[in-house]
Write a protein of this length. Structure first.
Length: 202
């Protein structure tokens, strides 16, 4: 088969991830959702991502999805200026695909947060991802959905003791979005038993 210019479709932004998730997610275990969860857990414990959590609590809310609470450094709530426009840094962390093509040792995880390397992927494949980040006496909330922002970063009146990441996968994108405690345990133990011992399921 021969292709010409009309046959080539260039995908831009997070659409490229939503259209071709297999290029960005490990599908070898047959559960795309589990692979995403494991990658998030790695960013919480591995020192290079700068969260450096010592405790992670994973639960499964009755309304669906997965809730991850952790005691490490949360996602950034500070702002930066791009092209003369000030915006929260977390928008860049969760919307920019640039991080996918930058070597990890060249990324400022202290500035952009532990999720920035995979932030665009998570955003693209989730129907909802809500992040709670604690800073001093305040808790900040921001939500993303299917590659965009659905709730802007703001201070929330709700009291939280830990940073949180809530995910609900887009089932039109993620193959086998069902996540189980046993599935997470097995995957983490296969990767690092020390990390497995620091995770609490509730």
């Amino acid at each position: 088969m021969q292709y010409n210019h009309d046959d080539i479709k260039i995908l831009k932004g997070l659409e490229v991830i939503r259209k071709r998730p297999g290029f960005y997610i490990d599908t070898s275990n047959g559960n795309d959702g589990l692979s995403v969860i494991i990658e998030i857990i790695k960013t919480l414990f591995l020192s290079k991502y700068k969260s450096e959590s010592t405790k992670v609590i994973i639960s499964f809310p009755k309304y669906g999805g997965v809730l991850i609470k952790y005691n490490g450094k949360g996602m950034p709530i500070q702002s930066e200026t791009t092209d003369g426009i000030s915006h929260p840094i977390i928008y860049t962390s969760m919307l920019s695909t640039n991080f996918l093509f930058i070597e990890e040792n060249k990324i400022d995880f202290n500035k952009y947060g532990h999720l920035c390397k995979i932030g665009a992927i998570i955003n693209a494949v989730c129907e909802e991802i809500t992040i709670i980040s604690l800073d001093k006496d305040n808790a900040y909330s921001v939500s993303f959905s299917r590659g965009g922002i659905c709730n802007l970063l703001e201070i929330t009146d709700t009291k939280y003791e830990l940073n949180q990441i809530y995910l609900n996968f887009d089932e039109t994108i993620i193959n086998n979005p069902l996540i189980t405690i046993e599935g997470i345990k097995q995957a983490i133990e296969a990767y690092d038993t020390d990390i497995s011992n620091k995770i609490i399921f509730s």
